[in-house]
Write a protein that binds this ligand. Structure first.
Ligand SMILES: [Zn+2]
Length: 201
């Protein structure tokens, strides 16, 4: 299962025509992306998803896209530092946010989630005691928390930037021989290399 942090990083993707597509480029696109990834947010916020899933989601979205784009810059800057040296994704390697700024941003975002408290009515349950009621701050906070848990956890060692020519994806390596993010990238690269060999010879 993927995590919210990886899903946010993956909102920049190769568009199939040599360019880069941004899944958060408009408020509508950001809302659609979020609708698809609600479960990942719920995984971080636990039982408090109800507070975040606003009945008029469209109304809260004019700004959410911008805030997601901001924290995505932090996520990708930290991912670029986490992958093997010299191998960040080419998509934004030249314009990465400063790592200290990125750390500040994800830590501050996660702070908004507050802490967890134990409640005990019928059975003991953990509940977030948030510092805010703002659904956007909670969403961005969930992204921050997800990045922190991912980078401080065991999966960080499996983070890779796909080296395919036009791919911009970060992915989790499933086994040590996996080079590409997907079979499609592997096939495309094999074809490219074959073509280069033929034209060179
Ligand atoms: Zn790829």
């Amino acid at each position: 299962m993927t995590t919210l942090a990886l899903a946010v990083a993956a909102t920049i993707k190769h568009d199939g025509h040599g360019g880069v597509a941004d899944l958060l480029s408009t408020p509508e696109a950001a809302a659609a992306w979020l609708a698809e990834h609600e479960q990942l947010v719920a995984h971080v916020l636990g039982s408090d998803l109800g507070r975040f899933v606003h009945p008029n989601r469209a109304e809260i979205f004019p700004n959410t896209g911008d805030e997601l784009v901001q924290i995505r810059r932090a996520v990708r800057a930290l991912f670029a530092r986490a992958v093997a040296p010299g191998a960040p994704s080419k998509a934004d390697a030249g314009r990465l946010m400063d790592v200290e700024d990125a750390l500040r941003m994800v830590n501050r975002a996660a702070d908004e989630l507050g802490t967890t408290h134990l409640e005990w009515a019928e059975a003991p349950v953990l509940r977030w005691a948030h510092r805010t009621e703002d659904p956007v701050a909670l969403l961005i906070g969930a992204v921050g928390r997800s990045v922190i848990d991912f980078l401080a956890g065991p999966d960080r060692a499996r983070l890779r930037a796909c080296p395919a020519a036009r791919c911009v994806k970060y992915f989790l390596q499933d086994d040590p021989r996996q080079t590409w993010c997907s079979p499609a990238c592997g096939n495309r690269e094999r074809v490219n290399r074959h073509y280069r060999r033929r034209t060179a010879g």
